[in-house]
Write a protein that binds this ligand. Structure first.
Ligand code: AMP
Length: 249
């Protein structure tokens, strides 16, 4: 089985995001970028499936600017086999991403697509679900446990009430959640090996997908800054402030 893992280049999760002066979006110039953390978890899971004998090849695909190839290299250094880069702007919307991924699935015929549950820049949480609908495949979302057994995948999902155990038919799309695994660090020899692994280039227009945005961003604003806290001298003072200042009791 071949496993396809879509990996997105996003602002590194440690970076404090700044809004552009003209409020048209967030500042990307000179900002550290990295692989979307949920996609790292998906790559790790694909590697574990391969190491357990459940897959022969792991193919990474990234849609974005030229630097997305660095993101693919990060995954290749973790142990994936090869990459596919589709050149596009930073803000391709989930439906266009899902259509491009469908075109890649039609070409590559993987048995499993492992996505992140959401990209931490747009927080859309849509791509995996849209892809499974376009393919007509089963889906298992927010997976915190995955076991592939023949032509079914057993998935544990974290839901409000606890853990939901589901079984879906393969081929399928699975979106992964935070507690599924802890991604490995790439070793130096693997970083060197990754430099020689192939990254194919595909073109969105040749794949017949229009990536023009359908949504218009009106304005991006910083969240209101939190006011500093205060210390109260007694419970009476606390109750008084909650009642008369905060007006919450
Ligand atoms: P989203 O629906 O944007 O929150 O993204 C969910 C998942 O879809 C991500 O974790 C990635 O696995 C995949 N994905 C979204 N955008 C891209 C992209 N531009 N390139 C590759 N994978 C993507």
């Amino acid at each position: 089985m071949k496993v396809l893992v879509p990996v997105k280049r996003v602002i590194d999760y440690n970076v404090k995001v700044r809004v552009k002066a003209d409020q048209s979006g967030v500042e990307l110039a000179n900002v550290k970028m990295a692989m979307n953390p949920f996609d790292e978890i998906a790559v790790e899971q694909a590697l574990r499936i391969k190491e357990a004998g459940g897959a022969e090849e792991i193919v990474l695909v990234s849609i974005g600017p030229a630097q997305s190839q660095e993101t693919i290299r990060t995954g290749l250094a973790m142990g994936a086999d090869r990459g596919i880069h589709i050149e596009a702007g930073q803000d391709v919307e989930p439906l266009a991403v899902a259509k491009l991924l469908k075109a890649v699935v039609d070409k590559e015929a993987p048995g499993l697509v492992l996505c992140g549950k959401q990209a931490i820049d747009g927080d859309c949480n849509q791509t995996g679900q849209m892809l499974s609908a376009l393919l007509g495949w089963s889906q298992g979302t927010f997976a915190s446990g995955i076991e592939i057994a023949g032509d079914t995948a057993k998935i544990i999902r974290e839901v409000d009430g606890g853990l939901e155990h589901i079984s879906v038919n393969m081929p399928c799309v699975i979106t992964v959640d935070l507690r599924l695994n802890e991604p490995r660090y790439a070793s130096l020899p693997n970083i060197m090996k990754a430099k020689k692994k192939p990254i194919d280039q595909l073109d969105a227009a040749e794949l017949g997908v229009d990536t023009t945005p359908r949504l218009t961003t009106i304005k991006v604003e910083e969240p209101e800054t939190r006011k500093a806290g205060i210390k109260v001298g007694s419970v009476t003072e606390l109750v008084d402030k909650l009642k008369n200042e905060a007006k919450v009791i």
